[in-house]
Design a protein around this ligand. Structure first.
Ligand code: ATP
Length: 241
């Protein structure tokens, strides 16, 4: 069915020691869509993604992926099931070459030919990475590292990609370029994407469905074309009146 729920969170609470970062978050992502979580600095966006990918164990609540409970499972196991996470600040391996970073993203696979094909495919999205294939990833610019981080996630052939603040530290021009590729990946490969962003304008333009997170709670959700017209959103997130 075209409205298959690929990912769902029910009443998820996560904390860092005494600090509760998300307080009962429930959300759904449908297969094939781009969903977004908007929210200001510290709202808990990254925490949601870390809880989904198994980096952080929730105190309460459940995470289901393809109808199966993945709450608290090992991150590598979650990647194996088809869910890849591009963390905030990209976190590429700076002392490995671009190519070796991509190979790290394929750690769940042993089809050598398929992996080689997929490397060429990501170079199709980001030709600059092919030019820099043998260079250490640490020498890439911020934008190129973001491209590499997304490409590395693609190497796992994920059904769902969690994308944390891809615009962080990038110029408006590069941000636009990255978002265009993200939309292309979604359209061409059918990869479902859950994107968290402070840049509400970019996120609402790229995504189909959006959630608004404030202080660890979802306070609003709707189709992005509807969210874009809401007065609160225009005022607080888009800086318009
Ligand atoms: P940002 O865009 O700044 O990352 P965010 O919406 O992603 O914002 P989170 O990173 O999820 O927010 O952080 C939510 C809350 O948890 C914040 O109050 C933050 O200070 C706190 N927090 C995040 N990471 C840690 C950590 N490793 N240790 C302690 N507190 C943390």
């Amino acid at each position: 069915a075209d409205s298959e729920i690929l990912l769902s969170l029910a009443n998820v609470e996560s904390a860092y020691g005494p600090i509760k970062a998300i307080r009962g978050v429930s959300l759904k992502v449908r297969r094939g869509e781009i969903a977004t979580v908007l929210g200001s600095n510290g709202a808990g966006k990254s925490t949601i993604l870390k809880t989904i990918s198994g980096v952080l164990d929730p105190l309460r609540g459940t995470v289901q992926f393809k109808g199966q409970d993945i709450t608290g499972k090992d991150p590598a196991e979650i990647v194996r099931r088809g869910l890849a996470h591009v963390p905030e600040g990209r976190e590429v391996f700076p002392l490995l070459s671009v190519r070796d970073n991509l190979l790290m993203g394929a750690f769940t696979r042993n089809d050598k030919d398929g992996v080689a094909e997929d490397i060429e495919r990501v170079f199709g999205y980001f030709p600059i990475l092919k030019e820099r294939e043998r260079q250490d990833a640490g020498l890439l610019s911020g934008g190129q590292q973001q491209m590499l981080a997304i490409s590395r996630a693609l190497m796992a052939r994920p059904e769902l990609i969690l994308l944390d603040e891809p615009s962080l530290g990038l110029s408006p021009r590069l941000t636009k370029e990255i978002f265009e590729i993200v939309v292309r990946i979604n359209r061409e490969r059918g990869t479902t994407i859950l994107l968290v962003e402070q840049n509400a304008n970019m996120a609402l333009n790229a995504a189909d469905y959006g959630y608004v997170l404030e202080n660890g709670r979802i306070v609003m959700e709707d189709r992005c074309d509807i969210l874009r017209e809401k007065e609160d959103i225009r005022e607080f997130y888009l800086g318009m009146k």
